[in-house]
Design a protein around this ligand. Structure first.
Ligand SMILES: [Zn+2]
Length: 73
């Protein structure tokens, strides 16, 4: 049994989950993690594919949260 189709063995990147974006994803995050930065994400699914731009935005927002934590010292 072998599935037929183009590009066998090469999976197309999933589109970015952020509404209105749809760019090819470069990273997958746990959906719960991604929702910390993008609260508008749908709750269905376990993973959130993010494009380069939105991955950076996510990283930035989580980094800021961590920095604030340290300033509390
Ligand atoms: Zn995106």
């Amino acid at each position: 049994m072998s599935p037929e189709g183009p590009a066998r063995g090469v999976e197309e990147p999933e589109p970015c989950l952020v509404r209105g974006c749809g760019a090819p994803s470069v990273r997958h995050l746990a959906l719960a993690e991604a929702r910390k930065a993008f609260s508008e994400l749908p709750e269905k699914g376990r993973r959130a594919p993010l494009c380069r731009e939105h991955y950076r935005a996510w990283k930035k927002s989580t980094k800021e949260a961590r920095t604030l934590d340290r300033l509390g010292w």
